[in-house]
Design a protein around this ligand. Sequence first.
Ligand code: XMP
Length: 315
Amino acid sequence: MLQTQMLVDEAIEALQSQIDDTAIIACSGGIDSSVAAVLAHRAVGSLLHCVYVDTGFMRKGETEDVVAMFADMGIELKVVDASERFFRNLEGVTEPEAKRHVIGEQFIRVFEEEQAVCGAKYLVQGTIAPDWIESGGGNRDVIKSHHNVGGLPEDVNLTIVEPLREFYKDEVRQIARELKLESSERQPFPGPGLAVRVLGDLTPERVEACREACHIVETHLQAAAAAGKCDLPWQYFAALLPVRSVGVHGDARVHGETVVVRAVSSLDGMSARYSPIPHEVLTEISTEISNTLKGQVNRVVYDITNKPPGTIEWE
Ligand code: XMP
């Protein structure tokens, strides 16, 4: 604890020496950006402008939850609804790396517009060690471009400040607990959000289907863990695959897409083991997804891949 407090104090001091003018930060409500925001807010107070960008790829109820969390912490948060522009720029983009680059670029463009409003010179980001390690640094191969690293356009006109750059997820969680952050126990959620859980075309309808499926997985697993049926996995969600298979609805044979249920245990996201969800819980999840997304999804599958060789997300 004492050691974590020292890390917090050092991070605040470092931020004070780096930021001498208005700074802006994208707050997704996730643990990384929330920790970065609280540290920066403690370091420079009202010089920091916190912005929540609704990309259209957020989880169910997420925007309302994040707004309430920041209000509780006494930190002002501006909500920007940029969903229309994200969907427009991602139209027809299906290649995973291309998606990440478009998302990274749109984030920065939204930020430049906000910068023009508040006159920010600095951009604080919640980048953590695995983000840049997996994005390829030095002699490392690119595993994937995390949206807040590889997607950054070269002409960005803000000085980037990354207070969590050297930390791994478990360390950031320790700091979040020390800061008494509500998001300290939340499961990780990727910066590009549901965009990397909807494989293929990012249409509003497909994203909505993934949002519902993720919500169903989350609700059932949290209830199962609370009832002592299984441990709550480190991360658990659904992804929508553009794989169409045949199903039956009444007398008709119809084609629908596939939802994959993913749940893993991990320490820091660098490696992971798939979580053994009890069959009874899987059955409930499958039934509710099939009923809710009738006509759109007709197959639910369960991912039993560890990392490596797989990754946690599907893109
Ligand atoms: P993978 O899928 O690489 O994910 O095994 C490891 C952890 O990182 C999260 N993740 C991301 N986080 N931007 C982020 O901020 C991203 O582009 C991104 N991609 C994956 C993932 O949810 C898991 O917790």
